[in-house]
Design a protein around this ligand. Sequence first.
Ligand SMILES: Nc1ncnc2c1ncn2[C@@H]1O[C@H](COP(=O)(O)OP(=O)(O)OP(=O)(O)O)[C@@H](O)[C@H]1O
Length: 259
Amino acid sequence: MSTNAILEVKNLAKAFAANKVLHHVNFEVKQGEIVGLLGPNGSGKSTLLNIISGFVGPDAGEIRLVGRSIAGMPTYRLVQEGMARTFQLPIMPQKMSVLEVAMAAATDAHGVFSTLFRTARDRAAERRALERARHLLDELLLTRVAHLPASAISGGQKKLLGIVCALMAEPRLLMLDEPTAGVHPNVRNDIVQALHRLNASGVTLVIVEHDMHFIRDACSRCIVLDQGEIVASCRPDELASNARVVQAYLGASVEVAKA
Ligand SMILES: Nc1ncnc2c1ncn2[C@@H]1O[C@H](COP(=O)(O)OP(=O)(O)OP(=O)(O)O)[C@@H](O)[C@H]1O
């Protein structure tokens, strides 16, 4: 591996029945990068994210996190190893408040036994989790709705809460699945700023996104998938002049030409 790779994907392949979705995908992400994962609808982005984050098994290939093989590792172990992700459509518990949902995502939360026999260590962990939850809710502009039931906040706010939950585990690699879909353009800029602050604090980011303005503002590099193959790895400002990228998007979107 190159010395500062946080994520390495080698020869990854996946088919659903006769549908070959990923073909020998190879790439790496270096510590400190903000990488955009792009591609037309159905090109395999979510499948790739689902495989890396342990929700779907690959047919072939290797995945390494900071040099350690993680293919086939259960998701809770991946979180312990420093990887977290968000989902396109976050599902929120109906009755918990926004703050409680964030707290519930703390990895050092304990079960019922510690509720009955709470030690000083448990209380300290809970205080730390509360502090972190409040800080992250503030970063992601959710302080105003922290007391509301999570089911009552808007779709865009649910996406932001999904990011807060992923960050509660203090990941070193965070993967975001379409963080701005359904989010107001003003909030989109706030998300860009929050992700830059997060990145400056040491978190590496991989972002699946269709919004080219967001990609341009947020990402240092883009990886482009087309029909399950990586066809480009370049800076956002190089996308429009990359023939493979333009070919991949032809007929699907004209947005890439404006990036
Ligand atoms: N669980 C599954 N079972 C069967 N086929 C699947 C499954 N998940 C994904 N696919 C298929 O894999 C292909 C790639 O889908 P995927 O969701 O990974 O693409 P995508 O690039 O994320 O698309 P979009 O940008 O529209 O979200 C599609 O043809 C899809 O139907």
